[in-house]
Design a protein around this ligand. Structure first.
Ligand code: SF4
Length: 378
């Protein structure tokens, strides 16, 4: 039995130092604290989050919409950027059906024209398709359903109070049909070794996502195994019919928090090939602002996508490329101005190789501008 408590919180919106390069979010907000979905692998059980009894006591943050309204109204320096609700909770957990807390927050987000990226395991999100469609039409909206197996019996064991995977896929399909401007897809995360990494499951998740109309499938092999979270997860596994995976799982992890890189590389390769086979993007397409950040965000997306896909294929990440892509988001003027002054090399992490990579794109921007200038004489 979940206990619900109402509590007022001081802060409503967190700004990230850099955008999240997977979900592209720059702001996060949590309408709830705790999550009654109670997935047995949830990372919120780890000590770093300090959430006591997180699935049995859910805190409803009172006056959240009003506080967010005040925050966005007063914040002249707060540039619109992607907001991601939920982090260690699901914005569409069961109580949302009754109290419409997240819905009220969406209304505020729509009012101030901020883009949004929602990750959920609930089909309740379809209730708010009217507001989400409006956000998508006026700015940008992405919705990703977390689906890591199509085996409903296994899903019921791992994620006992979420919508079933088939219901999530049905919701994805419905949103795509009713609001084609919303970018929809699957967050294929986590992928639990020996339970969800069979060739059959990998293919089925991608195939069914594509059939439902997914624009993207973002994936990440493995499951983070951290202190109290892993204790709880292993306890649940041992008590279940899936207890046979405990031994191989522990052998694979060798006491580490993540599976070995060779394992991830193997699964990533399979997933990459499957996404090619079914013609699904492995990245969410980014929201691009129309102010001075326009080209900064375009080039940042280009660099971060390249870094991500190269790392998928080779198993090695390129930190310089990644930081070049991230730093661009914090420039206070357009990269085009740096380019015009021949000062690209002064941007943090921009080495000759990166400059060579992006110059053809920046050159295109110049051509576009010239074309626009000439149009008035035609
Ligand atoms: S839905 Fe997300 S936040 Fe909620 S219990 Fe499951 S994994 Fe944790």
């Amino acid at each position: 039995m979940v206990k619900y408590t109402y509590k007022e919180f001081k802060s409503v919106l967190n700004k990230l130092k850099y955008p999240d390069s997977w979900f592209w979010s720059r702001y996060t907000l949590n309408t709830y604290s705790g999550c009654a979905h109670a997935c047995i692998y949830c990372d919120a059980r780890s000590e770093r989050y300090y959430i006591e009894d997180f699935e049995n006591e859910v805190i409803i943050k009172t006056n959240f919409d009003k506080k967010l309204d005040q925050r966005l109204k007063k914040a002249r320096t707060l540039l619109p950027d992607i907001i991601a609700p939920g982090g260690v909770n699901d914005a569409y957990q069961p109580i949302e059906k009754k109290i419409e807390h997240t819905r009220k927050v969406l209304e505020v987000i729509a009012k101030y024209k901020f883009p949004i990226n929602i990750a959920t395991k609930s089909n309740l999100v379809t209730r708010d398709v009217d507001i989400l469609r409006k956000i998508a039409n006026e700015t940008w909206c992405a919705i990703g359903f977390s689906i890591s197996t199509t085996n409903e019996e296994l899903a019921k064991f791992l994620e006992p109070y979420s919508s079933l995977p088939s219901e999530r896929l049905e919701a994805l399909k419905r949103i795509k049909k009713e609001a084609p401007n919303i970018q929809v897809g699957t967050y294929f995360i986590p992928i639990i070794p020996f339970l969800e990494d069979t060739d059959e499951n990998l293919e089925d998740v991608i195939k069914k996502s594509k059939e439902a109309g997914a624009d993207f499938v973002l994936f990440s092999p493995g499951l983070t195994m951290r202190d109290s979270q892993v204790e709880y997860f292993l306890k649940k596994l041992k008590e279940s019919n899936y207890n046979y995976v405990v031994k191989p799982l522990l052998e694979l992890y060798q006491g580490q928090m993540h599976p070995p890189s060779e394992y991830c590389k193997k699964i990533n390769n399979k997933l990459w090939n499957l996404c090619q086979k079914y013609n699904v993007n492995v990245r969410v397409k980014r929201w691009i602002p129309s102010d001075f950040r326009n080209w900064n965000y375009k080039i940042s997306e280009l660099l971060l996508n390249k870094e991500y896909i190269d790392a998928l294929k080779t198993g090695k990440s390129n930190k310089t490329l990644m930081w070049a892509g991230l730093n661009l988001n914090n420039l206070e003027e357009s990269i085009l101005d740096f380019y015009k002054r021949d000062e690209l090399h002064t941007i943090k992490n921009f080495n000759p190789k990166i400059i060579e990579l992006i110059e053809p794109y920046l050159e295109k921007s110049k051509e576009l501008k010239q074309k626009k200038g000439l149009e008035k004489f035609l």
